[in-house]
Design a protein around this ligand. Structure first.
Ligand SMILES: Cc1ncc(COP(=O)(O)O)c(C=O)c1O
Length: 351
């Protein structure tokens, strides 16, 4: 006979029972911690966001929000020169990634992604009970793709995380044109990079590729939960068919719109961060570190003796949080979010 505990277990899907859940970076409650562990922006959101928040009419929360997010989609369409039908808005880009695994992966299909890359991808594949089909990047983290590679969906972070490196747009374009499934180019960090794939997905002949963006990094709005995807109408319509009716709340829509109306502020912050990125890179190189050429708001860097875990722990003792990914390819590196100049100086002092 089965015990009640076994019964409880049987009610949970097999893949969920065996699932290794995603581990988000730590969010300490101690305000004195210097947080360089989750690639947040060290500067506040635009003053226009603050103004929108202070004038937001609470009475509006009585009503459901716009299920198709029309005003923000119009703004995003204007920014990128596309139609509103080509824009999907989601509760953070993580929601859009999850929807893509539901919309574009057949039962028992395969989800592809690079190793190393965003560690949520294999988890989303497992949640969907799909087959993981990772591709190992070269030892220097450059692009590598087997000739006969196939999957239903391929997720590419570009610039990549945690490596901070950019794959060339032409390499991605060639891959997309030959790949039989759907490709999502996750451009979470692209505002800190020299180029992006937007023109690729808006080209007339594109049938299978989406670009995804987030307000969490360059717009300083990780706490708001606002991401979007741009691409062919057929793929965007599929996402709208399966999303929750009200996936974006009224406040996120209002504040997201305010942020998207102040691109200048975002760009000025990006400039500040890329300048600090350069000085932090130089300082680490001077101390004998290996530093990947970052196109993001973080560095992926290895100390002279390769013992990144020790530096990670030492920094943590000094209340400076960074991110360490154990493993054969990543274990010698530390991922360090580019903070303010003062935060980076504090990190250098401990190192
Ligand atoms: C590559 C990548 N994609 C997506 C996300 C999630 O972004 P969002 O906050 O919009 O869900 C992150 C967050 O760190 C990320 O690193």
């Amino acid at each position: 006979m089965q015990s009640p505990q076994d019964w409880k277990c049987l009610m949970i899907c097999k893949n969920v029972r065996s699932l290794q859940a995603y581990t988000p970076g730590e969010q300490p409650h101690d305000n004195s911690v210097i947080k360089l562990n989750t690639n947040e922006n060290p500067y506040p959101p635009s003053p226009m966001v603050r103004a929108a928040l202070s004038t937001f009419n609470c009475e509006r929360l009585r009503l459901y929000p716009d299920p198709v997010c029309m005003r923000v989609r119009e703004r995003i369409a204007t920014i990128h020169g596309c139609s509103v039908e080509q824009v999907f808005v989601g509760n953070g880009s993580d929601e859009i990634l999850a929807l893509c695994t539901r919309a574009f992966v057949e039962h028992k299909g395969a989800v592809g992604y690079f190793e190393p890359s965003y560690s949520l991808y294999p988890v989303l594949s497992d949640i969907r009970a799909a087959r993981r089909h990772p591709v190992d990047l070269n030892p220097d983290f450059s692009w590598r793709m087997p000739a006969d590679y196939a999957a239903d969906l391929f997720l590419i972070t570009n610039p990549n995380a945690p490596t901070s490196l950019l794959h060339s747009i032409s390499t991605i374009a060639d891959f997309c044109s030959e790949f039989a499934g759907v490709v999502v180019v996750d451009e979470a960090y692209v505002d800190f990079a020299d180029c992006n794939c937007m023109s690729l997905v808006l080209a007339q002949n594109n049938r299978n590729t989406l670009v995804m963006r987030t307000l969490s990094k360059s717009f300083s709005l990780a706490g708001l939960r606002f991401g979007y995807a741009v691409g062919p109408v057929e793929l965007i319509t599929a996402l709208y068919k399966i999303k929750d009716s009200y996936n974006m709340d009224a406040l996120a829509l209002e504040l997201g719109l305010a942020a998207l109306n102040d691109l200048e502020y975002m760009r000025a912050n990006v400039e500040r961060i890329t300048a600090t990125r350069q000085s932090l890179t130089n300082a680490l190189l001077q101390r004998g570190w290996r530093v990947c050429e970052s196109q993001t708001n973080f560095l992926f860097a290895s100390p002279p003796d390769g013992d990144a875990r020790r530096v990670f722990e030492l920094l943590k003792e000094h209340k400076i949080y960074t991110r360490y990914f154990p493993g054969e390819t990543t274990g010698e590196y530390l991922r360090i979010t580019v903070g303010t100049g003062e935060q980076c100086d504090a990190l250098l002092e401990v190192i």
